[in-house]
Design a protein around this ligand. Structure first.
Ligand code: GLU
Length: 453
């Protein structure tokens, strides 16, 4: 069996870090198993779905390093859903109901008041053709419910019917279908709720593993029953915990700030986002993985914890810094060029540990290339003139700074801060920064003389 997974966002907004979790859980699983990854746009909500959001989703996944093997949109596949619905109707498993939302709410309230579970009573199933014609003549339009297989022969005599699955994140799961209402699959306006199209697509695409957030656990028992009604083998399921902020709130309120686009704009590395989005709420410590392949090797679905996946957005910055400190020149060369940063690999290796984001390199490039002139403190002018006279001859390397400052120490009698700080300020325009022994050869003798004078 070829492992096939899918990530199925609705193109009604930008992806945020919370969506990165299921996307990556699927992608990493496919990487580990040598499987295929499908990007499915759940765009049956025509009013809220847009092409611009679909394009943005593809772009954001690409930024994360996710390259789908295939992608399609549900809005192009309505005929398939119609065929499946017709099949269920013909089998008597999809039946028309006419209650309004208000009527249903009143019934649920009454059931609750009587201490009964608020399960739909299958009134629609009792309607005769004549009843339906009458209701329709009154202007009512049907919505359609799937008849759950929770009875032996009489649908009004439900009995305990356990649907079980071995969840790759949560272990053995079991839901009693008798505790559920028959799910609405088709709305009054003829549009499909998510449930049936998802199953039809999973069957058609040969999806072997459905990996998604635990907010879908309740759907799974129902979906397994529908897979079986369509004579298909249900896929393997895995429901991971959802990313929430430390206070436990979902990410919806912070979506803007934590959208993948804004994180990218802030200079956060995709692997910092991926590491946090995946490792939070697992048995693995949160640390920056250098590649998706490395991340895939760090955890498996069974390592996802049963409790929530709380994270602090302010952890992203230090995680990013750790990642940036170890980035090879090749990984950043293009971006440095775009920032107007020169100096090649030697410069990057000299400054990367002083960068929280790659763009911080621009500040240190300015310090090397064209620093702001800092007027020397009173009393330092003579010292700087001495420093200029004492500069060794080129060629310079990483030993030059040590040799030069040792000589200056002996000549001037200065030590510590008084010895080093005036030099750093004059040479770089900064009072702190990367190791001077690495910056000095990049600045060069000619510039150094000019800046010290
Ligand atoms: N469009 C659904 C969602 O975003 C997909 C759920 C699923 O993976 O089955 O919640």
């Amino acid at each position: 069996m070829t492992v096939t997974v899918r990530f199925a966002p609705s193109p009604t907004g930008f992806l945020h870090i919370g969506n990165a979790r299921p996307a990556l859980m699927n992608w990493l699983f496919a990487l580990r198993e040598g499987g295929r990854f499908i990007l499915r746009y759940d765009d049956t909500d025509r009013e809220r779905s847009t092409q611009a959001f679909a394009d943005a989703i593809a772009g954001d996944l690409d930024w994360l390093g996710i390259r789908p093997h295939e992608s399609f949109r549900q809005s192009e596949r309505i005929a398939l859903y119609d065929a499946a619905a017709a099949r269920l109707k013909a089998a008597g498993l999809l039946y028309a109901c006419y209650e309004t939302a208000d009527e249903l709410e009143r019934r649920r309230a009454r059931a609750r008041a009587l201490g009964r579970p608020p399960v739909y009573d299958r009134a629609g199933l009792k309607l005769t053709d004549a009843d339906r014609a009458k209701l329709e003549a009154e202007g009512r339009v049907a919505h359609w419910r799937f008849l759950l297989p929770n009875f032996e022969t009489d649908p009004f005599e439900t009995r305990r019917t356990e649907v079980s699955w071995d969840d790759l994140c949560r272990g053995a799961q079991s839901v009693d279908l008798a505790s559920l209402s028959d799910p609405v699959l088709i709305r009054e306006d003829g549009t499909y709720l998510y449930t049936l199209p998802s199953i039809v697509d999973d069957i058609a695409a040969g999806v072997s593993h459905v990996i998604r957030g635990e907010d879908h656990v309740a759907n799974t028992a129902v979906q397994i029953a529908i897979f079986q009604a369509l004579e298909a083998t249900p896929p393997v399921f895995a429901h991971h915990n959802l990313l929430t902020t430390v206070s436990g709130e979902g990410l919806s309120k912070r979506k803007g700030a934590l959208s993948l686009r804004s994180l990218k704009e802030e200079g956060v590395e995709p692997m910092a986002v991926a590491s946090l989005a995946v490792l939070t709420g697992t048995s693995h410590a949160i640390e920056p993985a250098e590649s998706l392949a490395a991340l895939a090797g760090m955890i498996e679905l069974a390592d996802v914890s049963r409790s929530s996946a709380k994270f602090d957005p302010s952890d992203l910055r230090p995680l990013n810094a750790r990642l940036v400190h170890a980035l090879a020149f090749d990984a950043v060369a293009e971006r440095l060029a775009e920032l107007g940063v020169g100096g090649g690999a030697a410069f990057w290796l000299a400054v990367r540990e002083n960068c929280e984001i790659v763009a911080d390199a621009a500040r240190w490039w300015k310090a090397v290339d064209a620093p702001a002139r800092v007027a020397p403190d009173a009393g330092d002018a003579d010292y700087l003139a001495l420093a200029a006279r004492t500069l060794p001859h080129e060629p310079w390397d990483e030993t030059t700074w040590g040799a030069w400052t040792a000589a200056l120490k002996a000549e001037s009698g200065r030590k510590g801060k008084a010895l080093f700080l005036p030099l750093r300020k004059a040479l770089t325009g900064e009072d702190h920064g990367p190791d001077m022994k690495r910056l000095l050869p990049l600045i060069g003798r000619c510039n150094s003389v000019a800046r010290l004078s």
